[in-house]
Design a protein around this ligand. Sequence first.
Ligand code: FAD
Length: 316
Amino acid sequence: MSPLAPERIAELKGLLSGNLIPFREEADLSVHCSFKIGGVCPILVEPESSEQILEALDFFSKLEIPWKILGGGTNLLISDHPDDLVVLRLGGIFKEYRDLGGGRFRIGAATNTTPVFRQISQKGYTGAEFLSTIPGWTGGAVIQNAGCYGGEFFDLIEEVEFLRDGKILKRKPEEISHGYRTTEFLQRKDSIILTTEIRLKPGDLNEIENSLKEKRDKRNSSQPQNKKSAGSMFKNPKIYENGAEIKAWQLIDRAGLRGKTVGGAQISPEHCNFIVNTGNAKASEVDSLVRIVREKVDKECRVRLDREVEYFGTVP
Ligand SMILES: Cc1cc2nc3c(=O)[nH]c(=O)nc-3n(C[C@H](O)[C@H](O)[C@H](O)COP(=O)(O)OP(=O)(O)OC[C@H]3O[C@@H](n4cnc5c(N)ncnc54)[C@H](O)[C@@H]3O)c2cc1C
C-alpha cells in the first residue's frame, strides 16, 4: 500500500475525528504561504494543544504517514503536488502570547511575528523592534534564528519549549546550537517548537515608536512591496571584493538576470534576490528560475549560490 493510500487516509480521518483534533481535507496550501504557490494536500491537521500534537504524531507513526510542519509559509516554496504528505499547522493555544511581567513574554509558535512584536514593543519594551518587520510565525522565526538590521531572535530568547522524541523539552539558548540564520532545529528537523520565552528591557515609548517606524520605512524602501514572494531566494555567499561584501543580488544582477521571467515567476526588477509570483506561477517555474540563476551566476561570476528558501514537498 502507498503511504497515502485512500484506506490509510480514511483511517487517519477516523482517528482525528474520534479524538476531536481539527483537520481539513483537500487543503489548498497556496493560501498558507507568501508565494501563493502550492497544490492541494490530502489532510491539513491543526492541533490546538500539546496533547493533540502528540496524539496526531502517534497516529502518523502508527499508520506510517509522512508529514511536514508548516508555519506562516514565508520561507517556503510549496510543491505543485503535495499529495504525498500530511501537513501539520499549529492552532489553538499556540496562537496566543502571555505577558509574564518584568519584560518577560511567552509567545506561542503560531503567533504572527509582525503584530506580536509590534504590540510587545508598544507596551514600552525595547530590543524586539526588528522582529516586527519580519513576516511569518514565531516558531518559524526560532527555527531560522530570523533576524535583520543587526538583530537576531536568539539575542532575546530566554527559553524554547519544544517537542522531540515524544517528549516536551525546555532549553536555554546556550543549550541550543545556533548561528547566522540557522539552528539545530533547522538541521535536525526532528522537533516541533511550541513556545518561546523572551526577556526585553524597558525603553522610552517615543524612541521605540521611532525605531519601529525607521525599520518599517527601511524595509519598505529596500524590498518589493505587496508582491508574492518568499523574501531572499539565495543566501549571501560571504565573499568580498576590495574589502566590501558582495551580496547575492549583485551577482544575479551582474549575470544579467534582473527581470528575467519563466512563466509567472520573475526575478524582481526591484530586488534581484527576490523571485516574485506575478500571477499564477507554478513551483516548477520558480524552480526553473532558481536553476537558471545558479547556472548563470556560476558561469559568469564563478560563485555557487545556495538557496535560502526551503522546498516543501517535491519540487518540481
Ligand atoms: C518579504 C519577506 C521578507 C523577509 N525578510 C526576512 C528577514 O529580514 N530576515 C529573516 O530572517 N527572514 C526573512 N524572511 C523569511 C521568513 O520570513 C523567516 O524565515 C520566517 O521566520 C519564517 O517563518 P515561517 O513561520 O513563515 O516559517 P515557514 O516558512 O512556514 O517554515 C520554515 C521552516 O520552519 C519549519 N517550521 C515552521 N514552524 C515550525 C514549528 N513550530 N516547529 C518546527 N518547525 C517549524 C518548517 O517546516 C520549515 O522547515 C522574509 C520573508 C519574506 C516573504
